[in-house]
Ligand binder design. Sequence first.
Ligand SMILES: Cc1cc2nc3c(=O)[nH]c(=O)nc-3n(C[C@H](O)[C@H](O)[C@H](O)COP(=O)(O)OP(=O)(O)OC[C@H]3O[C@@H](n4cnc5c(N)ncnc54)[C@H](O)[C@@H]3O)c2cc1C
Length: 395
Amino acid sequence: MNSWNGWDLPFFDERHGALKERLQEWMVVNEREEGVVEKLPLAEQCDHYVKQLAAMGFLELAVANPADPTAYLDVRSICLVREALSYRNALADFAFSMQGLGTAAIALFGTPAQRDRYLGPCRQGLSKPAIAITEPEGGSDVAATRTRAERRGDRYVLNGEKCWISNGGIANHYIILARTGEAEGAKGISAFIVDADTPGFRTGPNLDIIAPHPLSEVFLEDVEVAADQMLGQPGEGFKAAMATFDIFRSSVGAAAVGLGRRAIDETVHRMQNRMLFGKPMSENDMVRARVADMVTDLEAAALTVYRAGWLRDVRRVNVTREAAMAKLTGTEAGQRILDSAVQLFGATGLKIGNVIERMYRDIRPMRIYEGASEVQRIIIGRRTLATPQREGKAS
Ligand SMILES: Cc1cc2nc3c(=O)[nH]c(=O)nc-3n(C[C@H](O)[C@H](O)[C@H](O)COP(=O)(O)OP(=O)(O)OC[C@H]3O[C@@H](n4cnc5c(N)ncnc54)[C@H](O)[C@@H]3O)c2cc1C
């Protein structure tokens, strides 16, 4: 099934129209190659998608141009690409998003030398990045980071452990958050760029989860890096990570919208063709009501996602709250839609290898990574309640 054509929303301009056409071209290429690619080992599949997306010019949308001092990334374009890729192939979406997630902090906080060294190769698909924040003691509480970086002369020595790191084992560099101790909590954490071949750095075996992709633990044992491998100023690591999320959280919602949209397209086709009690399922009012909920959920989620992108790209305002809304709304809606799709497909939707079964697994981690839904609610609630209201005005 291949009927993705973007959205007719007021949040887009001309270049997004052109991008939608290029994404449809990608779908044709992907449809041709997918059968062969999915037989390759996971790491080789990712390598294929990184190179393919670079060759087709899509990585330029995820990785900032090192020569551009504004480090401009258009969130609506990132969201459109992620939605289209995940509509067809979750691993292609993963490969695209990781190139951006593992470089955004370098684009925003890096020195010219760091930007030259790391952004260009990732943009060209010659190098793969990772960002390692989560630790075994609890990923949601980033301020409690235990990995330490100790200053020794003109170097830092890093010790600690990270877990659930996407691209772990295949990345060429890792952005590592480590405690440098300028202050308690979040303000005492700095970010470092650590090359994968640095002595003392190693990754564990691939962690198998329900939606397979390169994922591993990361171990740092007396890893020495030059002081100029620090990203931004001492104590700015948490800020660098959150700035990355302000760009990429909306795009998780977009990827979930892509999965939800494909699920609806597949469901409509199935309901029109599956005969039950002597007529197509599409003529059953309970089916119609469920499909109505699915499409309404999807369209509300898409509006929230692209509005967050538009606010950042066009209005240039802080979108921490809106990006959290986009991730929360997109992923929760995507999960509900996929669950309904499985229900309407019946046993067929549970069969290993069925597209609905695959997407039912693909959607699940999205409500956990880059901040679980509970964390998004806390961000939204905290920011809403911190906004002063004028006396006598309730809304
Ligand atoms: C597929 C995948 C890819 C990932 N990739 C990366 C990566 O590249 N880099 C990286 O650093 N990390 C990565 N992670 C880790 C991810 O960011 C963490 O899993 C996530 O932040 C949650 O942390 P945790 O798993 O330790 O759960 P915990 O922090 O132990 O939380 C468990 C659950 O508690 C609930 N919860 C959390 N906080 C609150 C709260 N304040 N109030 C109420 N309930 C709460 C949520 O339901 C949460 O799922 C990845 C995870 C997955 C699944």
